[in-house]
Design a protein around this ligand. Structure first.
Ligand SMILES: C[S@@+](CC[C@H](N)C(=O)[O-])C[C@H]1O[C@@H](n2cnc3c(N)ncnc32)[C@H](O)[C@@H]1O
Length: 306
């Protein structure tokens, strides 16, 4: 496979492949194909009887798909996992991988609007067929909604002030472009402006792409699609995502169970976590690929039900 090396450098590659325990004739799903780094490593371990289903909702990822009869590319959101596996007459698989978030390519392409380093319109859609952009969020959401997003998804220290200021400014000032947005909010930045806006952008990106809802939808569809003993490996980059994955692997539900009196009945959990603690990148990987620094890999296995 010829990979465009600058598209994305795969994170925790060896650790993920080792955790998946690839069966040479197996069927695997890469929910987040991107530059295809993880997919390539899976394909190298499959025989000609193996199969790889690769999802990516970003049309740009298609150019990295190898000409390989074993690969089925699905240019859609992984929250429709079961629907597309059914469409391809796949009843159960030997392993599933998801490497969440955005690719380096998406960050580095100025017009996608993901990065504070560039000027473009406030877009941030991974899937350009979707209509909701970051500009729509800052233009139409209520102050309370914006407050919640900045606080929870971005851990922005002055989330309330930020939300209030956006709502006041948007009546008179154009917040359509990254430079317009940053200039308008200059006065309320706390601490290092780059760090501050990175947190604000992360929050908007998570909201625009409904990242947490898509993750929950995906997780709930995984257990019935795995063969007994098959593994699922998920790489997260945000504490909220990691908590959702950890909780799901332990309890089989995406609801918060701890301290919730309404969750009295134990759900049957078809998964068993393989690793107690998440696997994190080595110092060496962080040095060569700083974008890996917040990555956490969790792995679970489908248990045999008796
Ligand atoms: C971190 S990158 C994956 C990189 C990949 N593992 C590699 O080695 O190149 C995440 C990719 O997943 C895609 N993606 C994120 N959320 C998705 C979703 N809900 N459905 C489908 N694709 C998604 C993004 O468009 C992006 O290309």
């Amino acid at each position: 496979m010829i990979l465009e090396s600058s598209y994305h450098k795969p994170v925790l590659l060896d650790e993920t492949i080792e955790a998946l325990k690839i069966q040479p004739d197996g069927i695997y799903v890469d929910c987040t194909f991107g530059g295809g780094g993880h997919s390539q490593a899976i394909l190298e371990r499959l025989t000609e009887n193996g199969k790889l289903v690769a999802f990516d909702q970003d049309e740009d990822a298609r150019k990295n798909v190898p000409k390989d009869d074993r690969v089925i590319f699905v240019p859609h959101n992984f929250r429709h996992l079961q629907r597309f596996l059914r469409l391809h007459e796949i009843k159960a698989v030997d392993g599933i991988l998801a490497d969440l978030g955005v690719s380096s390519h998406q960050f580095d392409e100025p017009e996608r609007g993901f990065s504070i380093r560039h000027d473009a319109s406030m877009d941030m859609r991974m899937d350009k067929r979707q209509t909701k952009t970051a500009y729509d969020v800052i233009s139409n959401y209520s102050e309370q909604q914006l407050h919640k997003i900045f606080e929870q998804y971005g851990e922005v220290t002055n989330a309330k002030t930020l939300a209030r200021t956006i709502v006041q400014l948007r009546a008179t000032t154009s917040l359509k472009t990254i430079s317009g947005f940053k200039n308008a909010l200059r006065g309320i930045v706390k601490g290092n402006p780059n760090k501050y806006f990175a947190q604000v952008f992360q929050a908007l990106r998570i909201e625009v792409n409904e990242e947490l809802a898509a993750l929950k939808d995906l997780l709930q569809q995984i257990p019935p699609m795995l063969k007994p003993g098959a593994k699922v490996a998920i790489i997260t980059f945000h504490s909220l995502e990691d908590r959702i994955v950890k909780n799901f692997f332990r309890s089989g539900t995406v609801e918060e169970t701890e301290g919730n009196p309404y969750m009295m009945t134990e759900k049957v959990n078809e998964l068993k976590p393989v690793t107690k603690k998440p696997i994190i990148p080595t110092e060496k990987e962080i040095k060569t690929n700083p974008r890996s620094r917040s990555a956490k890999l969790r792995v679970a296995e489908k248990v045999m039900m008796v």
